[in-house]
Design a protein around this ligand. Structure first.
Ligand SMILES: O=P(O)(O)OC[C@H]1O[C@H](OP(=O)(O)OP(=O)(O)O)[C@H](O)[C@@H]1O
Ligand SMILES: Nc1nc2[nH]cnc2c(=O)[nH]1
Length: 177
């Protein structure tokens, strides 16, 4: 990461503590319900793995991958499904697990899409929330950390596909020197 000025925004210890708290809250809220966790690849993969192990009721897990159409159409909220769910969501309680919510376009689309498929409920759990950049107002049911409008990497989140394996979350800035 030499080309960047970087600083730890959220440490692995803070993440671990928060993920445990989120898991406890989710465990309490979904007692007696059939819960399906839907992780959004690739950024949420590491958060999903840790969160799932902190939920103490039986859950099923599935994944989707989406991509936005590009800047000119992104403002329309149109996203393309690259990998769809393997399972049927009809009658299931869905918890979408995301690494970060920024404009809200991805989650706005996914929430509508899963509701239309007949899910009993669709809620959102995001580790990071950048509210300053929101374009679409999506209800966030479980939120790890509110962060400023800075570019972040680590704990699943990439820059050009790199740095997903860093245990802490860093904010990065191109170095001038
Ligand atoms: O709120 P939004 O403005 O829609 O942005 C949030 C989305 O962007 C990131 O994914 P990205 O497209 O970088 O893919 P990745 O998870 O595979 O890295 C992140 O994981 C969210 O899915
Ligand atoms: N890698 C990365 N992707 C994002 N998508 C929206 N915000 C961010 C961010 O800070 N970092």
């Amino acid at each position: 990461m030499e080309e960047f000025r970087k600083e730890v925004l959220v440490s692995s210890e803070e993440i671990e503590k928060k993920v445990k708290e989120l898991g406890e809250e989710i465990t309490k809220d979904y007692q007696g319900k059939e819960l399906m966790l839907v992780g959004i690849l690739k950024g949420a993969a590491i958060f999903m793995a840790d969160l799932a192990r902190n939920i103490k009721i039986p859950v099923t897990m599935d994944f989707m991958a989406v991509s936005s159409y590009g800047n000119s159409t992104k403002s329309s909220g149109v996203v393309r499904i690259i990998k769809d769910l393997d399972s049927n969501v009809e009658g299931k309680h869905i918890l979408i697990v995301e690494d970060i919510i920024d404009t809200g376009l991805t989650l706005g689309y996914l929430t509508d899409n899963l509701k239309k498929r007949g899910a009993s409920s669709v809620r959102i759990c995001t580790l990071l929330d950048k509210p300053e950049r929101r374009k679409v107002n999506v209800p966030v049911d479980y939120r790890g950390f509110v962060i400023p409008d800075e570019f972040v990497v680590g704990y699943g989140i990439d820059y050009a596909e790199k740095y997903r394996n860093l245990p802490d979350i860093f904010s990065i800035e191109e170095s001038c020197d």
